[in-house]
Design a protein around this ligand. Structure first.
Ligand SMILES: Nc1nc2c(ncn2[C@@H]2O[C@H](COP(=O)(O)OP(=O)(O)O)[C@@H](O)[C@H]2O)c(=O)[nH]1
Ligand SMILES: [Mg+2]
Length: 426
């Protein structure tokens, strides 16, 4: 049974993991009927923004579907103008320090928490005001953190493998396993699949049989496995700090651009708090905010009903606009999640009861697209069906237009991603 995607936040102490988690989970404008935001202290629901099926259909076929967005009523999360917020589970892994794989700072226990993550967000303090252990300093080079944290994860996996390598090899030879089978046996504890292992080995195109692998070869295999199993977004946090710029420039030269996101978690937390308190109008992750004065200038004498701010608060807002919103386009935290979803290739799928009206609920309600599930790239109609319907017999499955699809068909964005499952015998 495929599990829901889980995104793990990693990083050294004080890099901003908890602030990032809070900034992503303390949603204000969301339809707040999700049963829980915090599952336990380290787990919480974040919201991934995706284009909703309602907006797409309305844009493609206005004469028929123009009022779908107005009737889109997600069970969980929300949908505003075709932009949907889908709950996604986040895990705040306690701070890792160099030497974690050997147990330093309880590191091996924290690393164990990562096993079930599908993607990682490495929160880096790009201001350089915390050292490798998270202690306050000035001028630390945060590009080091990217290197050592990755190597802690690789060495943790490699250490677990090497502990038993002798017996793994002997069994491999004795039962004449394939390398994929033997490795998958070892990596299943990380939530791996044979497909993932096969992809790593294909990419490496190794010549020697597993029992002859050198330590360097094993390290290559573990590195490739880490890439496949834990795709990682590097969130360069604290961009509001004056020292951030030169560090950002250095890291940008070292890392593939699609893995980097710039963010200021504390700014997002601050903006969401002011929004809740009625001082500003701000949508999560947006590139602007409105104050009472802004709205009065725009011609609303009531200033949108927003509260008056004192001078101190006003100047903090002005600062935040200059240092973060205008310079970087947004606080970046919403993009952190979207980037992780992109690396994972998550596909939002919309199961509906009626494939022609897109309704799901009781008769009489005209709400559409109540449900949305996130599945990984490469999932089939059958995978989605098992996830949504469980273990029931399905007569047939339809997509838009009432077109029948096979359970082996892939689901992709825009294709087989609106589905209706008909229970019963074929
Ligand atoms: N300047 C700045 N400070 C931040 C930002 N995010 C977090 N911090 C501060 O960094 C410190 C550590 O944050 P915390 O979230 O507890 O880090 P954790 O140990 O990784 O969970 C706190 O004092 C935060 O206020 C940010 O975006 N900018
Ligand atoms: Mg924390």
């Amino acid at each position: 049974m495929p599990h829901d995607p889980l995104i793990g936040l990693v990083g050294k102490p004080s890099s901003g993991k908890s602030t990032t988690l809070n900034s992503l989970t303390d949603a204000t404008s969301k339809v707040g009927n999700f049963p829980f935001t915090t599952i336990d202290p380290q787990r919480a629901m974040g919201y991934l923004q995706v284009p909703c099926a309602c907006g797409r259909l309305a844009a493609a076929n206005p004469s028929q579907f123009s009022e779908l967005p107005g009737r889109c009523k997600p069970n969980y999360g929300g949908c505003v103008d075709g932009k949907r917020s889908v709950p996604i589970e986040l895990l705040d892994v306690a701070g890792l320090v160099p030497g974690a794989h050997m147990g330093k700072g309880l590191g091996n226990r924290f690393l164990d928490d990562l096993r079930h993550a599908d993607a990682l967000v490495h929160v880096v303090d790009v201001s350089g005001t915390t050292d490798a252990e998270g202690k306050t300093t000035r001028g630390y080079d945060p590009s080091q953190d990217i290197v050592w944290l990755r190597s802690e994860i690789v060495r943790w996996i490699q250490g677990n493998l090497m502990e038993k390598w002798g017996s793994i090899k002997r069994r491999h030879v004795a039962v004449k396993s394939t390398a994929v089978e033997t490795l998958q046996n070892q990596f299943s504890g990380y939530g791996s699949t044979s497909t993932i292992v096969a992809r790593c080995l294909d990419r490496l195109a190794l010549k020697e049989p597993l029992q002859d692998w050198s330590n360097e070869t094993i390290e290559k295999v573990v590195n490739a496995f880490t890439d496949e199993k834990f795709p990682t977004v590097i969130a360069l946090n604290k961009i509001d700090h004056a020292d951030a710029d030169k560090n950002i420039a250095k890291i940008a030269k070292m890392q593939p651009p699609e893995t980097l996101v710039l963010c200021s978690a504390i700014s997002e937390v601050f903006l969401r708090r002011l929004t809740k308190q009625g001082f500003i109008r701000y949508t999560e992750g947006a590139d602007y905010l409105d104050t009472r004065e802004d709205l009065i200038d725009d011609g609303d004498p009531d200033g949108g009903g927003l509260k008056e701010m004192d001078d101190k608060l006003k100047s903090r807002i002005e600062n935040l606009k200059d240092l973060v919103l205008y310079r970087f386009g947004s606080t970046g935290v919403v993009q952190v999640l979207s980037r992780a979803a992109e690396l994972l290739g998550l596909v939002p799928v919309f199961p509906v009861r009626n494939i022609h009206t897109f309704s799901s609920g009781s008769t009489g309600s005209n709400a559409v697209f109540r449900d949305c599930v996130l599945v990984k790239r490469g999932s089939t109609v059958g995978d989605v069906c098992r996830k949504v319907m469980g273990d029931v017999t399905i007569a047939f499955v339809e997509t838009t237009g009432g077109v029948r699809v096979s359970e082996h068909d892939l689901v992709e964005v825009g294709k087989n991603d609106i589905l209706s499952f008909k229970v019963g015998r074929a």
